[in-house]
Design a protein around this ligand. Structure first.
Ligand code: DC
Length: 229
């Protein structure tokens, strides 16, 4: 049986925090596929400085990924993004990357490249992998025996994102962040290739009124049922 747990959902729904803690609890690895889309975006923005204004051929982006050996590397239980041998887990969270990542993630050839990396990384893990993203249960691992679709109300997601960044959580900031998240969700849900949506057999969990610990416990409980050994 394929030892993959797929966790999909909109931006800031808690996929990565949940995925990471579930993996730790089960002794599995955790792969955040968004980190790879972000690493691709960071590499492209740094190389093609005028990219937001001019269209860069996808073939040049793919060549750059090879040249810079953009990839995920397993460190302990976590796959971490690397560009040219340098860990970029921190740099990929920059606002500049966040603003442009949906555009890059809409390119079919980039998606095919990212999917191949993920399948390769996960294939190396005999113990099992928790993979989170937008299309893990629908496209990347449609045979995953456990699929979770995580949601939360937009304002709650905005508050969590702001406090994660150590920013003030006042009403105006929450409204602004909520609007930015909504715009990214709209871009990710309306693209023709692999749009964000729950797989038909996904368990839908709404975390608006639940703590991270409660959410993790629920996914672990489901996992122990689906993967008894
Ligand atoms: O989870 P995140 O916010 O770090 O993801 C960054 C972007 O990458 C997100 O806006 C959409 C894209 N993404 C995707 O299209 N498919 C995935 N499996 C994961 C992320």
């Amino acid at each position: 049986m394929l030892r993959v747990i797929a966790i999909d959902g909109p931006a800031a729904s808690g996929k990565s925090s949940t995925g990471s803690l579930v993996a730790r609890e089960l002794g599995w690895a955790h792969l955040d596929s968004g980190a790879l889309y972000r690493a691709v975006t960071l590499a492209a923005l740094d190389r093609f400085e005028d990219m937001p204004n001019t269209i860069v051929p996808t073939s040049q982006i793919l060549a750059l990924l090879d040249e810079l050996r953009v990839r995920l590397v397993l460190v302990g239980d976590e796959f971490r993004p690397e560009i040219a041998g340098v860990d970029v887990e921190h740099a990929i969270r920059d606002d500049r990357v966040t603003r442009h990542v949906s555009t890059i993630a809409a390119l079919p050839e980039v998606r095919a490249w990212v999917n191949a990396q993920q399948r390769h990384n996960a294939g190396d893990q005999a113990r099992g992998v928790v993979v989170d993203g937008r299309d893990i249960g629908t496209v990347v691992f449609p045979d995953a025996p456990l699929k979770i679709y995580l949601t939360a109300m937009p304002d709650e997601r905005a508050k969590r994102r702001l406090s994660q960044r150590g920013r003030t959580v006042d009403d105006a900031e929450v409204r602004r962040e909520s609007a930015a998240l909504a715009a990214r969700d709209e871009a990710d849900s309306s693209r023709p290739v692999a749009p964000l949506k729950p797989a038909p057999d996904a368990v839908v969990l709404d975390s608006t009124t639940r703590t991270l610990a409660q959410q993790v416990a629920q996914v672990v409980q489901l996992a122990r049922r689906v993967f008894p050994d």
